[in-house]
Structures are given as structure tokens and as C-alpha cells.
Design a protein around this ligand. Structure first.
Ligand code: FE2
Ligand code: FE2
Length: 251
């Protein structure tokens, strides 16, 4: 049976997490994650106001904004869960960070497509990051959290690829190619900045810069491919065709 993204987000309940896990991070593990997780915890907590405001373009699609709000709530659940992990381990949270502020500023000023492009860039980066984080410690709780975060982020990439596909409907091949080139440049710049900020976490998680870059490029090409294979509706206001068959299919 077909499932809309609205239904997907409504029903995407998390499995129980082992919050009472007695494992304590070693000194090395703690020093690798303590300066890294707080940045992602902060970034996941965006309220998405600019996104919702610009999404009025899809006003004829009654499901678009309710779906977007549930998506934002899911990101906030990521932030809350990472925050709870930090609190359990006595690792201070960040109130602000220049990279998070830069992303938020772009989102505040940008048009809808750039907001989605920036967001997709962050979600692409999150995939190798959470894989590295899962490998970086022996913590069963952090492992379980990363597993669920990775499942959610994979679905988010499909969901946002559908949004990009709708925004690019009818665009010429040259304009699409230029758009994709811009996104690739943005991604490469972001990979370098994130690598500089989180190098020790990535290394501890078994990632070199080349591996991080290749995985990010692979995720981006999957997103771009999804925007072409997307079964587009005839009009923006038509019933969304960006549906998935089941929760498992969307992961
Ligand atoms: Fe997230
Ligand atoms: Fe996400």
C-alpha cells in the first residue's frame, strides 16, 4: 500500500533506546566526541521557521506544510536525543557555533530552493558523520542512537529529493546541470570545513578525508538521481507523487 510522507512522519516512532546503559566513555572516546557531538546536537535543533515560511509556494498541496512540520519535529527529536546523551555523560551542550549560525543565516535569507539545497547538504554530511560516530566509541547507547539517526537521515534525503524534484520541474538540462554543479561545489566546501572541525572524530571512526568526501559525493549523486527518477505531478498543486511504499522501502 502507498504511504505518503505525511503518514511516514506520523508513524515513524523510535524504538526504545537503552537510556539506562551503564557504559561510561573512556577518556579517549570522550575527548573525541565531546567537542564534536555538541555541534551536531545544535544543528539538528533548528526550528525551520524560514523553511516553513518559504514553503507557502506549495500552498495548494494541503499536505506539504504539515509534513514539513513533522519533518522538523523529527530533526528536533534528533537534537533532543543527542542532548540527552551529552547530559548523561556530563558533556556540556553548545549554545551557538559559527558554522551553525552561518547555515541559519543562509536559510533566513535564501529562497526555498537554496534552503532545501543547504539542508540536503547538511543531511548528506550527517550520513558519514553518524557512521563515524557509531564506530568511534563502544557505547551501546550511542550505537543505538546513531543507528536510528542513520535510518531517519536516509529517509530525509529521499523526502527532500522529492522537494527538489518539484522545484526543478520543467527546468532545462543546462540549468539543471549548473544547479547540480553549484550543489557539488557547496558540498565539497562543506566537507572540508566539517573535516577540519571534526577530524579527530572521523579518524577515530575509521574515516579518512577521502572516504568522507567519496561517501558524501555518493549521497549527493543518489539525491540528484532521485530528482530525475521522481514521478513528478503535472502541477505543483497536484497530489504529491513523492510517496514511498513502506517505512522499510524509504530507508
Ligand atoms: Fe537529523
Ligand atoms: Fe535529517
Amino acid at each position: 500500500m502507498k504511504q505518503s510522507w505525511l503518514d511516514y512522519f506520523r508513524h515513524n516512532a523510535w524504538p526504545a533506546m537503552p537510556w539506562d546503559d551503564p557504559y561510561r566513555l573512556t577518556r579517549e572516546e570522550r575527548s573525541a566526541v565531546a567537542s564534536s557531538i555538541p555541534q551536531f546536537q545544535l544543528g539538528e535543533g533548528s526550528e525551520g521557521n524560514a523553511f516553513v515560511q518559504r514553503a507557502r509556494r506549495f500552498a495548494g498541496d494541503a499536505q506539504f506544510i504539515p509534513t514539513l512540520r513533522l519533518f522538523i519535529q523529527e530533526e528536533q527529536r534528533h537534537s533532543a536525543s543527542l542532548g540527552r546523551f551529552l547530559d548523561l555523560h556530563g558533556i556540556p551542550r553548545l549554545k551557538k557555533h559559527w558554522l551553525d549560525q552561518a547555515f541559519r543565516r543562509i536559510r533566513r535569507l535564501a529562497a526555498l530552493e537554496l534552503i532545501v539545497t543547504v539542508l540536503v547538504t547538511a543531511e548528506i554530511i550527517a550520513v558519514p558523520y553518524y557512521r563515524a560516530l557509531r564506530n568511534a566509541t563502544q557505547s551501546p547507547l550511542l550505537g543505538a542512537l546513531c543507528g536510528q539517526l542513520l535510518r531517519d537521515e536516509a529517509a530525509h534525503l529521499q523526502y527532500q529529493a522529492g522537494t527538489l524534484a518539484r522545484l526543478r520541474l520543467g527546468r532545462s538540462a543546462i540549468r539543471r546541470a549548473l544547479t547540480e554543479l553549484f550543489h557539488a561545489v557547496l558540498l565539497h566546501g562543506t566537507v572540508l570545513v566539517v573535516w577540519m572541525e571534526h577530524r579527530s572524530l572521523f579518524l577515530r571512526g575509521g574515516y579518512t578525508l577521502t572516504m568522507f568526501r567519496r561517501e558524501s559525493e555518493h549521497e549527493l549523486s543518489t539525491v540528484h538521481l532521485a530528482t530525475y527518477t521522481y514521478n513528478a505531478p503535472v502541477r505543483l498543486n497536484a497530489q504529491p507523487a513523492w510517496t514511498c511504499n513502506s517505512k522499510e522501502d524509504s530507508l
